[in-house]
Design a protein around this ligand. Structure first.
Ligand code: ATP
Length: 307
């Protein structure tokens, strides 16, 4: 049976009058790489801090590895890896010193060979101080430090922020290394949908603190569709197709963003409304995400008008 390693129930956080996380009900099964995505200010960092017990919720609860996030015992914390936004590390230490320091918290489970392999893979200068490393190198040290204790659950907040494409690729491969070890789970937030598409098998979408999707990447890819329909004279006044998220119209064309509408249903609806022709536009994950989280009423600069 697949276990749930991360679970939230009605998790809510207000900062004063700002609602950052709004009744989040989330379940993440063991053994997946889960991309946690949302626009700027959507509530990802807040949700992650709540999950790790670093912030107190206004309401609701969360559990990691079966344990309440507000009462994570050291023994449970040792099974969880956390990579923060910005990779905050002691700047005055060298990589070697930081390794020694970090290892002391995980005397039984620290994998020396794995750490050494990662440092070699990333080609990092062991004796250099953290303050003299580049952003990318600091991110790589962070990942090596987080993975060396062989965590069952790895949570990372925008770990590849500011890294170049090649370093990001290496970083993600390092992350995949972890998941190859059986039963490990990764939740990582990112704004780079191409990365999420490359490595994740699950996606969680949050928008203004509200959970909008929590499913396999495959399901999400299949569910969000853009359809363009052309009409001989004018577009129908009413657009009543199931799963309609956004509708933009020009004089003779409709552009629809649909969620969970089957191709068969789209075909029948196109026939019924007298469309001359229609096509389903292929979108990558980034296009799908942008459409899925677009606020209603957003106008395009050219041609289209929202209805
Ligand atoms: P980004 O992708 O830009 O990093 P995010 O999805 O991680 O954003 P959060 O940092 O969790 O979003 O912020 C969610 C909301 O809570 C935002 O409106 C933000 O302005 C607000 N917020 C975050 N931290 C605080 C704080 N300490 N005090 C007040 N408001 C905050």
């Amino acid at each position: 049976m697949i276990e749930t390693v991360l679970e939230t129930e009605g998790l809510t956080k207000y900062y004063g009058s700002t609602l950052a996380v709004d009744h989040l009900d989330l379940k993440i099964p063991q053994g997946c790489i889960c991309g946690f995505v949302g626009r700027n200010g959507a509530g990802k960092t807040t949700a992650i801090k709540l999950m790790l017990g670093l912030l107190r919720p206004t309401a609701g609860s969360s559990r990691l590895l079966g344990c309440d996030s507000q009462q994570l015992k050291p023994a449970i914390r040792q099974r969880i890896g956390y990579v923060t936004e910005g990779h905050r590390l002691f700047r005055w230490m060298s990589i070697a010193e930081l390794e020694k320091f970090q290892r002391s918290f995980f005397p039984k489970q620290w994998d020396d060979k794995f750490f050494a392999d990662m440092i070699e893979y990333f080609n990092l200068p062991r004796r250099r101080k953290i303050k003299h490393l580049s952003n990318g190198e600091r991110a790589q040290v962070s990942l090596a430090l987080a993975l060396a204790p062989n965590p069952e659950l790895l949570i990372m907040d925008d770990p590849t922020l500011g890294l170049d494409a090649a370093i990001r690729r290496q970083f993600l491969e390092g992350m995949i290394e972890l998941i190859m070890r059986q039963g490990r789970t990764v939740l990582f937030s990112s704004h780079i949908l191409g990365d999420v598409e490359r490595v994740s098998d699950r996606i969680v979408v949050i928008d203004k603190g509200v959970l909008r999707a929590n499913c396999s990447l495959e399901e999400f890819r299949a569910a969000v569709k853009k359809v363009i329909l052309s009409f001989a004279d004018s577009t129908p006044a009413e657009v009543d197709i199931d799963g309609l998220l956004h509708c933009r119209r020009s004089e003779k064309e409709l552009e629809l963003i649909l969620v969970s509408t089957t191709d068969d249903h789209i075909g029948k609806w196109a026939d019924r409304t007298g469309a001359e022709r229609y096509h389903i536009v292929k979108m990558n994950l980034e296009d799908q995400f942008i459409e899925f989280t677009a606020p209603p009423g957003r106008k395009k600069l050219f041609r289209w008008e929202e209805i």
